[in-house]
Design a protein around this ligand. Structure first.
Ligand SMILES: [Ca+2]
Ligand SMILES: [Ca+2]
Ligand SMILES: [Ca+2]
Length: 180
């Protein structure tokens, strides 16, 4: 069973991803988010980088979110998402799926592709969800565990995994998407 804390944290993530703000997650939300991310980064539609962002968005939807669509109507309600998260967390099957999704996500945040995420890159990522620079600063400092000003692939994956599955109200990874 998800705790109230987990439900609240996952609901925040759900609504953050709901780009169209209609209370339902569907492919269009992920496409819109991809477009927003590309726009913030000054990437033109049709370029290779643009295609990369859009395919990461599609992959994220297909792999992580679509399986939660219990009634198969291509729309995910918060209820469907929480039920699915509950099952996945209980079965501990999130780890592998998360890894694949995180890989795509990491690559789309790591703008210069040097294998590390800087505060600047992270800020852009959070901005794409409508979060502020202040949120990014706090989130970054919480998940940059060795304080070297960069997020490694491990820092990023471990924090996101904790965010998605953890039940510790004190965990630094709760700040992954900014204040909560
Ligand atoms: Ca929506
Ligand atoms: Ca559905
Ligand atoms: Ca980088």
């Amino acid at each position: 069973m998800l705790s109230e804390f987990q439900k609240r944290k996952l609901a925040l993530r759900f609504y953050m991803l709901d780009t169209s703000k209609d209370g339902i997650l569907e492919l269009a939300d992920f496409e819109q988010h991809g477009q927003k991310l590309a726009e913030l980064r000054g990437i033109q539609p049709g370029s290779t980088d643009y295609e990369k962002i859009m395919s990461a968005a599609l992959y994220n939807w297909e792999t992580y979110w679509k399986p939660a669509d219990a009634d198969g109507d291509n729309k995910i309600t918060l209820d469907e998402f929480l039920k699915s998260a509950d099952i996945l967390i209980a079965a501990k099957t999130t780890e592998k799926t998360n890894y694949q999704v995180q890989k795509g996500l990491f690559d789309s945040v790591d703008i210069d592709g040097d294998g590390e995420i800087t505060l600047k890159e992270y800020t852009l990522f959070l901005n794409s969800f409508g979060r502020s620079e202040e949120d990014a600063k706090i989130g970054f400092s919480k998940i940059d565990t060795n304080g070297d000003g960069k997020l490694s692939r491990d820092d990023f994956s471990i924090a996101l995994y904790e965010y998605n599955t953890g039940n510790d109200p004190q965990a630094p990874a709760n700040w992954f998407f900014g204040s909560y």
